[in-house]
Ligand binder design. Sequence first.
Ligand SMILES: Cc1cc2nc3c(=O)[nH]c(=O)nc-3n(C[C@H](O)[C@H](O)[C@H](O)COP(=O)(O)OP(=O)(O)OC[C@H]3O[C@@H](n4cnc5c(N)ncnc54)[C@H](O)[C@@H]3O)c2cc1C
Ligand SMILES: *[C@@H]1O[C@H](CO)[C@@H](O)[C@H](O)[C@H]1NC(C)=O
Ligand SMILES: *[C@@H]1O[C@H](CO)[C@@H](O)[C@H](O)[C@H]1NC(C)=O
Ligand SMILES: *[C@@H]1O[C@H](CO)[C@@H](O)[C@H](O)[C@H]1NC(C)=O
Ligand SMILES: *[C@@H]1O[C@H](CO)[C@@H](O)[C@H](O)[C@H]1NC(C)=O
Ligand SMILES: *[C@@H]1O[C@H](CO)[C@@H](O)[C@H](O)[C@H]1NC(C)=O
Ligand SMILES: *[C@@H]1O[C@H](CO)[C@@H](O)[C@H](O)[C@H]1NC(C)=O
Ligand SMILES: *[C@@H]1O[C@H](CO)[C@@H](O)[C@H](O)[C@H]1NC(C)=O
Ligand SMILES: *[C@@H]1O[C@H](CO)[C@@H](O)[C@H](O)[C@H]1NC(C)=O
Length: 597
Amino acid sequence: MGPFFQFLLIFAAAHNAFAKCRCTPEDDCWPSASKWNALNNTVAGRLIQNEPLAKACYPGPGYSESKCRRIAANWTDEYWIAESPIGYSYPLIDTCPPINASIPAYPSCDLGNSPVYSIDATQRQDVATGIKFGKANNIRLVIKNTGHDISLRSQGYGSLSIWLRNLRSGLQFHKVFSPSNVSCETNWNGSAISIGGGYVWQDVYDFAAKRGHVVVGGADPTVGCIGGYLQGGGHGSLSHEFGLATDQVLEYQVVLASGRTVTANSCQNADLFTALRGGGGGTYGVVVSATIKTYPTRPTLYNSLTITGLQNDSGSVLNATARMISKFPAIVEEGFAGTSLMGKVDGVWVYNAPFIKFLTDDSPGAIAHAKEVMNREIINELLPGNGTKYHVDSQWQTYRSWHEWYEAVPHTTPGANQPMMASRLFGKKSLVSRQEDLTELVHILSTSGHHLTTGSDLTGGSFMIMNIVAGGNVLENTPHTSVNPAWRKAYLLLQQVDFLVANAGSAEIKKAKDQLTTKKVAAMKELAPGMGTYVNEADSWDAEWRKDWFGDEYDWLLSIKRKYDPDDVFWCWRCVGDEGWEEVTGGTLFGPLCKVK
Ligand SMILES: Cc1cc2nc3c(=O)[nH]c(=O)nc-3n(C[C@H](O)[C@H](O)[C@H](O)COP(=O)(O)OP(=O)(O)OC[C@H]3O[C@@H](n4cnc5c(N)ncnc54)[C@H](O)[C@@H]3O)c2cc1C
Ligand SMILES: *[C@@H]1O[C@H](CO)[C@@H](O)[C@H](O)[C@H]1NC(C)=O
Ligand SMILES: *[C@@H]1O[C@H](CO)[C@@H](O)[C@H](O)[C@H]1NC(C)=O
Ligand SMILES: *[C@@H]1O[C@H](CO)[C@@H](O)[C@H](O)[C@H]1NC(C)=O
Ligand SMILES: *[C@@H]1O[C@H](CO)[C@@H](O)[C@H](O)[C@H]1NC(C)=O
Ligand SMILES: *[C@@H]1O[C@H](CO)[C@@H](O)[C@H](O)[C@H]1NC(C)=O
Ligand SMILES: *[C@@H]1O[C@H](CO)[C@@H](O)[C@H](O)[C@H]1NC(C)=O
Ligand SMILES: *[C@@H]1O[C@H](CO)[C@@H](O)[C@H](O)[C@H]1NC(C)=O
Ligand SMILES: *[C@@H]1O[C@H](CO)[C@@H](O)[C@H](O)[C@H]1NC(C)=O
């Protein structure tokens, strides 16, 4: 009997403490093969019985050394991950890593937290069919778009997944937006794009660019549009200029728990519309289309700043980073935005900031002014240490359009096994007036036993991400949104990401998580009290997640969840509606979903 099977027996015993559980393959109530076949027929043969992605690396049927090598080579490639019904960017528990099976550390390989079946949906009807099947058979349902989620929200032990990758009914450009219900008044007379399914931002950026427009989307081209990203808030290099991505949504098409498809906008199902603009993915219904605002493109000024530490550096780059953080509000107010990173690469600290300014005026005078602000606030401050404390490189370039800039510089970030994240939104005051505390914070965050060794192998690595994606229009409280109110005061979303070492045991995992939550998150909170963080990039083990991720919106969001999904057909860990259900894990990290008595 394998260790996994023993766990299952523990689960079975644990069931008794709960009033009711969703059926899993180990239960008598799991649907029969003929029921699954019938479901398969209803979805035109697009039901997939999942197998662990790296099964070919393990002895037994399907073993293939060459296939295993290919899988291992692609394991952290976000494009490859999104192509699979059970590809996940951040598999916090990896029960089938693509290792060489001759290494004895991983004797078995199983699905773990991944869904048992996935419907490869290509039309709205498939989504409704999946929802109804899950409901009728008391099966845990999960929704997967790209699988980028950090908090396991598109995974679920023993579940049926509705996979949206191939639900692609097209992108549609509206020169002038008009709501689908003509009597619904709108104050937006500009253009818009309807995103009809599981597209990623690269698709929409290209589509908009062909029409001379831009949209607010993610920094990374592989992030999905209509799922967790838009519904949880969404930031990127243009959110400073136009507001969060979710602020741009004019209308959604949503398949409800009842299987019915409805329109949600400011006058139809307005409460649902509001909940889907900040309240997070995976919980109110399945969005199958979103219409978002677009804007004419403009010339884009780019500054790439790199600070590379010396071999003997014992804190110069960290101190310089802290000093720059305190100057961020000044450059944010000048219109600069972007996501900077700091981490150790090949033994030295490196800070890199690819900042842009989306220009309203590209006259030489206006460009010179913008450069002057960046030089005065950030770059000139670094020059006295150039060559003795670190090397500073600063490059300027002007692109004719935002898209031209986007294509010219790299944006993809690799996925990684078992990352842990700490993050916090910072207001202006805590950035500009607490220089000493910021220095201490940067040192606390950068404390980690392990460091990046190369650019792509993140195992055991750690880095700090400084998202300059707020201020500006993010500070405007857009009607019919429910994002964490902390966003409306934010100038910076600071993230620290630590990656576990390969083969980390459960004691090591626990220690690293505790260190993150009790030291790093706590230090961030101390410096930015009364703020909160971004639901999509947060520490999943923060006990105060409701308050920190949703602020005072949580209770209202929960009431909307109850209204649209009274039977908890949709459930995800760390989502609104998390309460009342629990994964009975019996000593491991996943297990059946049960209603708490
Ligand atoms: C490489 C990388 C880069 C990132 N960059 C950014 C960034 O620049 N800016 C930013 O804001 N965030 C960024 N993120 C975080 C990102 O916003 C979240 O991971 C987000 O959850 C991704 O949404 P998804 O739908 O693509 O992912 P999924 O994991 O597929 O889904 C996320 C959640 O949404 C639910 N969901 C998915 N589709 C639907 C749907 N159609 N209807 C209802 N619920 C749905 C899922 O059930 C799950 O709960 C990044 C993540 C990664 C991995
Ligand atoms: C569903 O039907 C298709 C086409 O007949 C088949 O290829 C596929 O294996 C079936 N899926 C399952 C889970 O049986
Ligand atoms: C597994 O290890 C053996 C021995 O080191 C090696 O020859 C083989 O190529 C490896 N296979 C993979 C898939 O990495
Ligand atoms: C995976 O990686 C290999 C080797 O790097 C590459 O040739 C291949 O195209 C990648 N993609 C897939 C889907 O295997
Ligand atoms: C759109 O609205 C703005 C602001 O109300 C107004 O200035 C502009 O003329 C309108 N444009 C069109 C095409 O109606
Ligand atoms: C369209 O909007 C109006 C005004 O809000 C509303 O009364 C009407 O019911 C809506 N029509 C549909 C089909 O939803
Ligand atoms: C970094 O800043 C701290 C606090 O201001 C100071 O004690 C330390 O000497 C500085 N380190 C370097 C390398 O400049
Ligand atoms: C590190 O080494 C460089 C070059 O050898 C030297 O100029 C510098 O003073 C040293 N810095 C520290 C902090 O020791
Ligand atoms: C830092 O010094 C190097 C070497 O002298 C120089 O090439 C570089 O331009 C300097 N950086 C800046 C931003 O001036």
